[in-house]
Design a binder for this molecule. Structure first.
Ligand code: ADP
Ligand code: MG
Length: 231
């Protein structure tokens, strides 16, 4: 069974009285434990695709299954999908520790368990020395690590990255890509990584999906797509 499966799936936004397709007849199987990069220009439908997986889109047609369960029957509140948004969305008034701990607080996890998990993850992401700071006291790369730690704190089976590295410099991006690979290896999670950056696709992906105006243009390994002239 695929982790995520789109069958003839479309998603629309309502604009005045019209419905405009942001995703147009998508067919795609994401396998368990796969690191899939979704590559496309701005406006191609990348964020919409992630939002559909999170059940956040109103007007859909076709089928979307998460672990074999149709999206409309999937219990998203209790699901375990980590999501790192483009804007990171950290809580400015909370410390790094409390930002990371937040998803566990919401499910009333005992403090000893919270403490153990936060410290373990902070060590893995090399931000253990920043736990008492507030977000405004962090660099761009550090903020990203905190957002990633918060998304991983409940040990998700699937992690969605929405262009988290678009605003940072190239040297740091290389470092962050290594970090995504490390997370993939350590947790064995399925990763959907959305980007407009060709270098991300070439260096990170096991498989790349090229999205163009809501349609899948091509799917393959970075090598296959390079040979075919897509990358
Ligand atoms: P990407 O993440 O690849 O930049 P998006 O998924 O954000 O693309 O957007 C895909 C298309 O859907 C774009 O044409 C965008 O303008 C449109 N769109 C996105 N969000 C909305 C919305 N809330 N209402 C109307 N149109 C939207
Ligand atoms: Mg986007």
């Amino acid at each position: 069974m695929s982790a995520i499966e789109f069958q003839d799936f479309s998603c629309f936004y309502k604009y005045k009285k019209e419905y405009i397709a942001a995703l147009d007849h998508i067919n795609l199987c994401v396998e368990n434990g796969e690191l899939l990069v979704i590559l496309g220009q701005s406006g191609s439908g990348k964020t919409t695709l992630l939002k559909c997986v999170l059940g956040l889109c109103d007007y859909i047609s076709g089928q979307l299954y998460i672990d074999g369960i149709p999206i409309d029957q999937f219990d998203l509140k209790n699901s375990n999908i980590g999501y790192i948004r483009q804007e990171l969305n950290l809580y400015p008034h909370m410390t790094v520790y409390e930002n990371i701990a937040f998803p566990l607080r919401m499910i009333h996890t005992p403090q000893a368990e919270v403490d153990r998990r936060v410290k373990e993850l902070a060590a893995l992401l090399e931000i253990d020395w920043l736990l008492t700071r507030k977000p405004k006291q962090l660099s761009g790369g550090q903020l990203q690590r905190v957002a990633i730690a918060r998304a991983l704190i409940k040990n998700p089976v699937t992690v969605l990255f929405d262009e988290p590295f678009s605003a940072i410099d190239p040297t740091l991006r290389t470092e962050m890509r290594q970090l995504v690979k490390k997370i993939h290896q350590t947790f064995g999670c399925t990763i959907l990584f959305v980007t407009h950056d060709l270098t991300d696709a070439l260096n990170l992906a096991e498989r790349v999906v090229i999205l163009e105006e809501g349609k899948i243009e091509a799917v393959g390994t970075p090598q296959e797509l390079t040979q075919k002239g897509y990358l």
